[in-house]
Design a protein around this ligand. Sequence first.
Ligand SMILES: C[S@@+](CC[C@H](N)C(=O)[O-])C[C@H]1O[C@@H](n2cnc3c(N)ncnc32)[C@H](O)[C@@H]1O
Length: 339
Amino acid sequence: MMPEATLGTSGDQPTPERILRLANGYWATGILGVAASHALFTHLEAGVDTAERLAAGAGISQRGVEALLDGLVGLGLVELRDGRYRNSDEASAFLVEGKPDCLSDFAKLKLGHVDSLKALPEVVHDGAPPTATVEVADNPHWEKLVTALAAQSVPAARIAADLLRIADAGEISIFDIGGGSGVYSAVWLGLNPAARSTQLDWRPINAIARRLVAERRVADRFSCVDGDFHTTDFGTAVYDIAVYSNIAHQEGPEDNMAIFAKVRGALKPRGTLVVSDYIVDDTRSGPPFALIFAAEMLLKSRRGRTWRRADYQAWLAKAGFEDVSFHPTPTPATLIIAR
Ligand SMILES: C[S@@+](CC[C@H](N)C(=O)[O-])C[C@H]1O[C@@H](n2cnc3c(N)ncnc32)[C@H](O)[C@@H]1O
């Protein structure tokens, strides 16, 4: 397969290849999402390696499987050798069910989001959606998203745990704002048996988090506050660590600043805020994932966007954080540690 970097050029001349692939990009969402829905990557990992056997294993037509396999080979997620199919290393690491970093649920979720793009032309015209999905409380959007997102948050939570030495931190109290599936609490309470964690989120989402945290056998040190993080009082000097993961991009500058100021007050004097988000360069020239994600926030929020490092630095300084550092992760998210 032609490497991505060379698509769209032949020698010095531009070619239409890359643009045609981009214009047909929804096929990638479809092929990946449907293959994940039928657990094809899980069957392949178990050694089911022909279209005929995959069709039988997944209970779908052989013609359908053959088209999916062609597409997956084209996308570089499946390899074909001597007539036998197998997962690429990437698919094996991130698309096989049962692995903690599995993104199959996310791929299935995104297949269901394709329809939402129909609204994009009007939203681009108007500058905001008629209803901001991310601002509706008790929204089924969140219930589906948070569990699918958990696999992406696991590596970031682990890296943050290393950076903050969570395992050796003793009796710490953690506050997770918009904690979603409860993944940060599940990972961190698992690493530190003396830590306690509180999550603030909408009531139905907190119910999802309680289930995940109970599955990880750390529920006795986990509590929830049901409510809106814009209006809920965070308390004063109560927490050692606060988390704000995958939230800043749905909020506008004023709300992010107000929340950072509330967090600073809720942290003990030497406390630490961890932010995880898709963060763009100060010149807005990269990285690609964070730049492209801005359109998702245009579609789903009134004021959200992917924000620059300089934005976070300014907001955090204004809120009273003096020491701010940025840390890459193997996912498109960057971690910010602010003290
Ligand atoms: C993108 S998810 C992030 C979940 C989690 N922090 C993670 O990184 O995996 C955003 C979370 O914020 C919650 N949320 C969004 N707006 C909220 C608000 N105004 N008040 C409370 N929770 C909110 C959603 O319910 C959802 O759980």
